[in-house]
Design a protein around this ligand. Structure first.
Ligand code: SF4
Length: 512
């Protein structure tokens, strides 16, 4: 990293960095981050690809049909033009003396204060007694950082002589039902923040930021957020790389549960290695501690008998869901859990295997087609293996509630579901699981060759994020086909892993 001193105006990002960690703020102002740091920053900010910027723009315009949009400045020249344009629009009286319901606003109003602070306000709208200022959050609740940002924006607006009547957040209203055709009017609910902004002393913050910037590099504060909510761009500079990536200790006392771990600590234990099996209340915890003490996985042989009782055909099922802040399909609500993909392997008594899958497209609410195709593949007999099957059960219940005519067929699937999570917990433990029974942990322990916990399509590592992208209409056909193939292959790896668990349980008498 090379050292420079920035003469750039402060932005809300500078304030966020300073509030989170003064060292991060200082480094950003003084040091040119390495390309690696910039990459980490990019990876951190690329999360949350839920609705496309175009769809978000459409939602805001539905709320403010007469809005003037000022594009996000990309350069110093852009900033100067955007600030000039904002002032010109205000000077024309665009937001003066108009009713709220006329939907007039400036989206992306750019302002600069004479203290050297620049902000781009999400919404500056007309109100009966002055301006209404909003930060837009595609979330159901705001947080302290939102209040900080609104405080900064309000301060800069006041320094520009603007009369701000109210300042707050526009949050997603979960009661909203999307009627379709891009009609997002009513999506947002407003939360007034003016009464709490007094607790934020923005002038004091700015003075302290200047002092911090002029001083030498600060020490890392206690509890610096080096890895939350995403890795800081300076973790390598600060030597914090390992702190957030350290492996859990397989012998950690918390393995037996927090409460019991506390009691064992009081008795002088610092790891489960010294704990006597007699001190543990049930077989599941005794098995886990035995596995750690013996340094090997333990699988109870009876699990093979349990699996042997299960008839054919056998089904392995995974369901994937998504919850959009901005509903994509008519008749659905924000954050409604929408099943978009199922994958199912069917194994016959003679070993024949068939693979089946459903993956939603842009064409309307997929739930009925999802349910119909699933009912057809699952038939009427045979165990349906799932992991943490409460999730699959709940999705089937929701579909049964949504479609009366399919309810009996969907409800008939419930008793056939075999939860491999319960089977595993009652018969198995691997020290590498470190007390975690997540799908990822069990895949690592029982079917690592499947890589069923890993999704990667052109750097997107979350299947939901990839699926959301597939709906946005921004990909060419070849890209879209490639992304859909990646999602289908991911589902296939998951059901292969489920079958792998069952096979390993079946082999319990021959190997652990
Ligand atoms: S790595 Fe941690 S201590 Fe260093 S700048 Fe980032 S948040 Fe602050």
């Amino acid at each position: 990293m090379s050292s420079t001193t920035s003469s750039q105006p402060y932005t809300h990002e500078d304030l966020s960095r300073w509030l989170a960690c003064s060292r991060r703020f200082w480094l950003q102002r003084h040091v040119e981050p390495s390309s690696e740091a910039l990459l980490m920053q990019g990876a951190a900010s690329g999360k949350g690809l839920d609705a496309s910027p175009a769809a978000q723009d459409q939602a805001l315009r539905a709320t403010f049909p007469q809005a003037i949009v000022i594009d996000t400045p990309q350069s110093e020249t852009d900033w100067l033009q955007a600030i000039a344009r904002t002032h010109a629009v205000l000077a024309e009286g665009w937001l003066a003396g108009v009713r709220e319901d006329e939907g007039r606003a400036i989206l992306g109003a750019c302002l600069e204060s004479n203290e050297g602070v620049r902000v781009r306000v999400d919404v500056l709208a007309a109100g009966p007694y002055g301006l209404r200022l909003f930060k837009v959050r595609y979330a159901t609740v705001g947080d302290e950082r939102d209040v900080d940002m609104v405080a900064l924006w309000t301060h800069v607006a006041a320094r520009n002589g603007l009369r701000v009547q109210s300042a707050g957040l526009m949050l997603v209203d979960t009661d909203f039902v999307y009627p379709g055709l891009g009609c997002y009017a009513g999506l947002f609910r407003e939360v007034e923040l003016m009464p709490v902004l007094g607790s934020r002393s923005v002038p004091d913050w700015l003075v302290a930021m200047r002092a911090c910037e002029r001083d030498t590099e600060p020490a890392p504060p206690d509890e610096a957020p080096c890895h939350t909510p995403s890795p800081c761009a300076f973790v390598r500079h600060c030597g914090q790389l390992e702190a957030g990536h350290g492996r859990k200790d397989p012998a950690d006392l918390d393995l037996v549960g927090r409460e019991l771990a506390g009691e064992l600590r009081e008795l002088g234990h610092i790891s489960v290695r010294t704990v006597s099996l007699d001190e543990l209340p049930d077989e599941r915890r005794r098995r886990a501690v035995r596995a750690v003490q013996q340094g090997r996985p333990i699988m109870e042989p009876e699990v093979a008998d349990l699996i042997a009782t299960m008839a054919y055909p056998r089904y392995a099922l995974r369901i994937d869901t998504i919850g959009f802040a901005l509903p994509s399909w008519p008749g659905t609500r924000p954050y409604q859990i929408m099943p978009f993909q199922w994958t199912c392997d069917v194994e016959q008594p003679d070993g024949r295997l068939s693979h089946h899958a459903f993956l939603a497209t842009q064409q309307g609410d997929p739930r009925r087609a999802f349910a119909l195709s699933l009912i057809e593949v699952l038939g009427t007999t045979g165990p349906i293996f799932a992991y943490n099957a409460g999730f699959e059960r709940n999705r089937l219940r929701e579909l049964a509630t949504a479609f009366d005519d399919l309810a009996s067929a969907l409800e008939a699937l419930q008793p056939r579901i075999v939860d491999l999570f319960q089977v595993a917990r009652a018969h198995y433990y691997h020290p590498d699981m470190c007390g975690s029974w997540s799908f990822k942990s069990i895949v690592h322990a029982l079917a690592p060759e499947t890589r069923a916990d890993q999704f990667d399509w052109q750097g997107i590592t979350e299947a939901q994020e990839a699926f959301a992208l597939s709906l946005q209409g921004v990909l060419g056909q070849a890209q879209l086909d490639s992304l859909r193939q990646a999602l289908l292959a991911y589902g296939q790896r998951q059901t292969t892993a489920l079958r792998g668990f069952v096979r390993r349980f079946s082999e319990a008498r021959t190997k652990p």
